[in-house]
Design a protein around this ligand. Structure first.
Ligand code: AMP
Length: 424
């Protein structure tokens, strides 16, 4: 059974779906280039320590969700659960900050988390994400929100909501954490097991607990605002100013915290009304301490990651970003023997010109070959009859209007031109 069943929480993406992926990937390339980002491809696995240090030991991802294994050299490696720590590692290792700043990098590829699979939540999923290094400018926080919005809009998506918050920095967080612990402790009995467990290790994470019975206690939890240091408070005020000036719709959500320890100051999340429980289609934030934490020079940074499967689910829900499978430019119909050889020669020529040429490999009848051409939505059929070939000619049939003409096989370039002009 396991031989023919894919592992839980994984997907096969094949014909009928892959066209949409290609279309979305094209949009990602367009929007990243408009914002001046360059692609960075990092390994699928990294040293486990990178994620333990980068994401934080007391996070769900590191505690419960990583695919960690020892390789044959007894090194502990982990399939990457997210893209930021690897990009930071590559930034430091490759000294990518040595030139002019800011440095803008994007990534696209599979991530792995051992989570409970459900609609929109998988164990292998795809993220498009980007990171910008080397500037504290709050305008970059805002651009990190605008870039994914541009992507969502360019795909035709509507009904999404941006939520933002600030979670302060190592200077202002300790006193907030303490106030949270003091607030929660007397009511610990009303909290779920996971909140009780996190109360002392990571009290801010309680704020985004979704368990119904915790909501009453959570709704009265103190906000970070009065703990923010001057720098964090000023930074957030400027983020909000820029968002307003640039006409970006957003909602302040004081309970928005993220599942990674590296964030400082601004955090944000985009949700889609099209999706159910797993409705986040992207999230990100500023992380001014991570580069240094991972051995680089102190370098402020901000980034965002889009969940590609969820974005596609939301788009499908709204019937957007449709992609039809393209058909061949020409289906070459032959009668076997020398007609097949001649058809093969012409097919190779057409393919060398970048045209999609198909022919029969199953010794089918002419009628069946014509059917196959139709089924594949081929624009033209080329019929290699013996009599025509004797005169070095072939019949070209336009499959849309049924119009037929004889073409000279001496003039293959001309033939390719006609076939190519039909588009796909
Ligand atoms: P995160 O790295 O947790 O901030 O997630 C960023 C985005 O990736 C989320 O907003 C989701 O769209 C997507 N995502 C995270 N985890 C999963 C998962 N297990 N399956 C599918 N998409 C996910």
């Amino acid at each position: 059974m396991t031989l023919t069943t894919r592992p839980r929480g994984t997907n096969d993406i094949g014909p009928g779906q892959i066209e949409l992926w290609h279309k979305l990937e094209e949009k990602i390339r367009q929007v990243t280039s408009a914002y001046g980002y360059q692609e960075l491809r990092t390994p699928i696995f990294e040293h486990t320590e990178l994620f333990q240090r980068g994401i934080g030991e007391a996070t769900d991802i590191v505690e419960k969700e990583m695919y960690t294994f020892l390789d044959k050299g007894k090194r502990s490696l982990t399939l990457r659960p997210e893209g930021t720590a690897p990009v930071v590692r590559a930034f430091v290792e490759g000294k990518l900050g040595a030139g002019s700043l800011p440095v803008k990098l994007y990534y696209y590829g599979p991530m792995f988390r051992y989570e409970r699979p459900q609609a929109g939540r998988y164990r292998q999923f795809t993220q498009f994400g980007f990171e910008v290094f080397g500037s504290q400018d709050p305008l970059l926080d805002v651009e990190a929100i605008m870039l994914p919005l541009e992507l969502y809009k360019s795909c035709g998506l509507s009904g999404f909501e941006v939520q933002i918050n600030t979670i302060g920095c190592p200077a202002c967080r300790p006193s907030y954490r303490q106030e949270l612990v003091e607030y929660f402790e007397p009511q610990v009995d009303k909290l779920c097991a996971s909140c009780r467990d996190r109360l002392h290790r990571n009290p801010m994470r309680l704020l985004d607990c979704k368990v119904e019975s915790c909501q009453e206690v959570l709704s009265g939890a103190p906000q970070i605002t009065r703990h923010l240091c001057e720098e964090c408070s000023e930074h957030f005020a400027q983020v909000v100013d820029y968002l307003d000036a640039l006409g970006v719709d957003y909602k302040l959500n004081h309970r928005l915290v993220r599942g990674f320890d590296y964030y400082t100051k601004t955090v944000f999340e985009v949700t889609s009304s099209e999706l159910g429980a797993q409705n986040a289609i992207g999230a990100g934030g500023r992380y001014d301490g991570l580069v240094e934490e991972l051995g680089g020079k102190p370098t402020p940074a901000v980034g965002f990651a889009v969940g590609v499967e969820r974005l596609l689910l939301a788009l499908q829900g709204q019937d957007k970003l449709k992609a039809e499978a393209a058909g061949p430019h020409a289906y070459l119909i032959h009668f076997g023997g020398s007609t097949k050889r001649r058809a093969a020669e012409v097919a190779y020529f057409l393919r060398s010109q970048g045209l999609w040429a198909e022919l029969d490999y199953l010794d089918r009848s002419i009628k069946a070959q014509m059917k196959a051409a139709n089924r594949l939505s081929s624009k033209y059929a080329m019929i290699f009859g013996e009599e025509e070939l004797g005169r070095n000619r072939v019949i070209l049939r336009n499959m849309r209007d049924g119009h037929e003409q004889e073409m000279d096989l001496q003039e293959l370039e001309q033939l390719a031109k006609i076939i190519g002009e039909c588009g796909q």
